[in-house]
Design a protein around this ligand. Structure first.
Ligand SMILES: [Mg+2]
Length: 260
């Protein structure tokens, strides 16, 4: 089991994990956040949220300047002066939206770039100001699918031809560059770290967290609301813990399990 005395890194999903799925509160995790800070353990956010959403959140959590993974792994900020899209040759957001708009003549779906801040606010429960931040995207698009399952399959295969892929989040579908994801992003981020390698503990509640939870040393699968189960490929069951609680309560439960 890992201990607080060794070099650790905590990698966490936000919605439904550190943040409550409904209220977006992290109150139950306050005590743990303080402990991590006391022991100078980096907390790396690994989220479907945008960089514009993560930066103010980092400030509130007291972890300004820490590296983070945004947009489900399509965007990484190593330090405040260096932000990259992954894979490095992937299209920017404008190009991605243009490609999607061409597909909208044959498939019924709506992207975040088609919605207003108010509409996104109504769908997510975010304030309009926060909804605006969620629409400031760099590398991936969020979709509401309004067509049949059959059409979805053919849409998916067309995306593949454009070097794009689909990931399911807690609420929406995310169109991402092929070869990107939370697992790939975390592996890349870890490869950039200098000094003694850190033991990683990952926490997540959704199917999109599975690749990240497969890439860490210890995985906390937080009880979630998604109909799709979180399927890990790793076989070291002693390094996997499934929580009984949802959201930040489950987040604490996971850290309690591996660290105390
Ligand atoms: Mg989540």
């Amino acid at each position: 089991m890992p201990t607080l005395q060794q070099p650790l890194m905590i990698v966490t999903d936000l919605d439904g994990s550190l943040l409550d799925h409904h209220s977006y509160s992290w109150d139950p995790a306050e005590e743990w956040l303080e402990q991590l800070q006391q022991h100078q353990i980096p907390l790396v956010i690994c989220s479907s949220k945008t960089a514009a959403e993560i930066l103010p959140l980092q400030k509130k959590l007291g972890i300004t300047g820490a590296p983070f993974i945004a947009e489900n792994g399509a965007l990484i900020q190593l330090d405040p002066s260096e932000r990259i899209r992954l894979p490095a040759d992937s299209a920017d957001y404008e190009t991605l939206c243009h490609r999607l708009s061409l597909l909208q003549s044959r498939y019924r779906f709506t992207g975040f770039h088609n919605f207003t801040d108010r509409e996104v606010s109504a769908m997510t429960g975010l304030s309009e100001a926060d909804a605006a931040l969620s629409r400031q995207r760099d590398a991936s698009e969020v979709l509401v699918w309004r067509d049949s399952e059959e059409a979805f399959a053919s849409f998916h295969s067309e995306l593949t031809q454009h070097n794009l892929t689909l990931t399911q989040g807690g609420r929406f579908w995310h169109v991402m560059p092929a070869g990107s994801g939370k697992g790939e992003a975390l592996r890349w981020l870890l490869s950039q770290q200098s000094g003694e390698p850190r033991v990683t503990i990952g926490l997540g509640d959704g199917p999109n967290d599975a690749p990240m939870l497969d890439a860490v040393d210890y995985a906390v699968v937080i009880k979630g609301y998604s109909k799709t189960p979180v399927r890990l490929t790793r076989q070291d069951l002693k390094h996997i813990y499934h929580t009984a609680h949802y959201g930040p309560e489950g987040w604490c439960e996971g850290l309690d399990y591996f660290l105390t």
